[in-house]
Ligand binder design. Structure first.
Ligand code: ATP
Ligand code: MEV
Ligand code: MG
Length: 417
């Protein structure tokens, strides 16, 4: 099998409204961020498969002969995504020594990689390759890092397997795949998400695949092409949490108190629909203060609902209090339980107010930055790498797209394998 070297990248996401409710068949509105995850795939002749995951300090390799033993039966066609293959997951858990309840970062990332690699190559010859993934996104903080990781893996491995077209020609800088190919990437990325999340709705991988703003309802993805430019402040409380655990907690609450929780989910659904309507009005009529007043009220109501679902955290309460004291409205984004929140800035919000809010949030120990939204979905990159004096590889294209404090994430660490 002929595998060539290439790079792919996929964006993280923020959920405006509908997190958790979307897992239970309600509408979510989500948008891509200008923070991305990058993957480099390198064909080798070492007879090994190596993964370098510097953000989570994971550097592993396996002999192809070891991996071949895991594939003793045909796993189905790679252009027809099946349900998660429970038997393959069981073998892989045993292979990497994960006990059932183990949710550690490294095991989840390794499992999802091996699952996709063996599912996509298992019926033929296993290729020898080194894969490096690094990100501008904080890991496990609500900005869709797991989905961006899964989308990059799916795109790269599908591409290497020949299921979608080969990488770019030398002279092109970036390229996207066609709709059908994006759907295939998205459905394999969903498999990766299932391993990391347990029961994902699929909204995060859809944003990682298509980018932009979209409405997601029960697997149906509708891109919202006409949306107003929104100014958003992102705050990372840095409180660690696991999406899988939080999603399972909400499910337990719904099972325990269905008559109490179902109306809450219905209300979140109505919030997403109302928000979508207001955003749409803002693109076809003059934007008024009243539009923003409604958007702010929706944020406040939804944040209360998320607290009712049990996915709040004192650090997120603090974020809401600090911003409200400045006249700004915030809610958690993603799975909650800590992680990140979003704050809506009005067009007229003075930059001095923004600066002082950012400073107060930083004084609480949080990371905080104004972000732009709506970046492109998964794409192939052609980047020129040059090695710096400390042996690291500097990627020009990546650095230009990097906007805030995580410049160091854009340095691809020295390849270990
Ligand atoms: N850069 C990365 N390198 C390797 N693994 C990653 C990376 N980013 C994310 N992951 C995997 O994703 C997991 C985090 O996923 P999780 O769903 O809990 O958080 P999130 O996706 O950042 O937040 P949310 O799902 O709420 O948006 C990590 O434990 C790890 O297994
Ligand atoms: C909490 C959740 O709704 C969003 C996580 O970003 C989970 C999901 O949709 O899979
Ligand atoms: Mg996730």
């Amino acid at each position: 099998m002929q595998v060539t070297d290439f790079y792919v990248s996929a964006p993280g996401k923020a959920i405006l409204h509908g997190e958790h409710a979307v897992v239970h068949g309600k509408v979510a509105l989500a948008v891509s961020l200008n923070l991305r995850t990058y993957l480099r795939l390198k064909a080798t002749t070492s007879g090994k498969v190596c993964i370098n995951l510097p953000n989570i300090d994971t550097f592993l390799s396996w002999d192809l002969s070891q991996l071949k033993q895991l594939v003793t039966y045909f796993h189905g066609k790679r252009d027809e995504v099946q349900r998660l293959d429970a038997e393959l997951v069981r073998r892989l858990r045993e292979f990497i020594g994960v006990t059932n309840g183990n949710l550690d970062t490294c095991s989840m990332a390794t499992l999802s990689f091996l699952y996709l690699y063996l599912s996509l190559f298992g019926s033929g010859e296993l290729p020898s390759l080194t894969l490096t993934v690094w990100s501008e996104l904080p890991t496990g903080a609500g900005l869709g890092s797991s989905a961006a990781y899964s989308v990059c893996l799916a795109a790269a491995l599908l591409c290497a397997s020949g299921a979608i077209p080969p990488p770019l020609k030398e002279w092109e800088h970036t390229a996207r795949w066609c709709q059908e190919e994006l759907e295939l990437i998205n459905s394999w990325a969903f498999q990766g998400e299932m391993i990391i999340h347990g029961n994902p709705s699929g909204v995060d991988n859809a944003v990682g695949t298509w980018g932009g703003m979209l409405r997601f309802l029960a697997g149906k993805i509708i891109p919202l092409s006409r949306v107003p430019l929104l100014r958003i402040l992102l705050t990372n409380t840095k409180v660690p949490r696991s999406t899988k655990v939080l999603v399972a907690g909400v499910k337990d609450k719904i099972n325990k108190f269905p008559s109490i929780m179902v109306p809450v989910l219905d209300s979140v659904d109505a919030i997403s629909c109302t928000c979508e309507k207001v955003l749409s009005e803002m693109t076809c009529e003059p934007i008024t203060g009243e539009h923003y007043n409604i958007l702010e009220e929706l944020i406040d109501i939804n944040q209360h609902h998320l607290n009712v679902m049990g996915v709040g955290h004192p650090a997120l309460d603090r974020l809401c209090q600090v911003t409200l004291a400045k006249g700004l409205h915030s809610k958690l984004t993603g799975a909650g339980g800590g992680g990140c929140g979003i704050t809506l800035l009005r067009p007229e919000t003075d930059s001095l107010i923004v600066q002082s809010t950012v400073q107060e949030l930083k004084d609480c120990g949080f990371d905080c930055w104004e972000t732009s939204i709506g970046g492109p979905g998964v794409q192939l990159l052609h980047l020129k790498g040059s090695t710096t004096s400390n042996g690291r590889i500097f990627l020009q294209g990546v650095l230009t797209s990097c906007t805030f404090q995580s410049l160091h994430f854009s340095l691809l660490p020295e390849e270990r394998n």
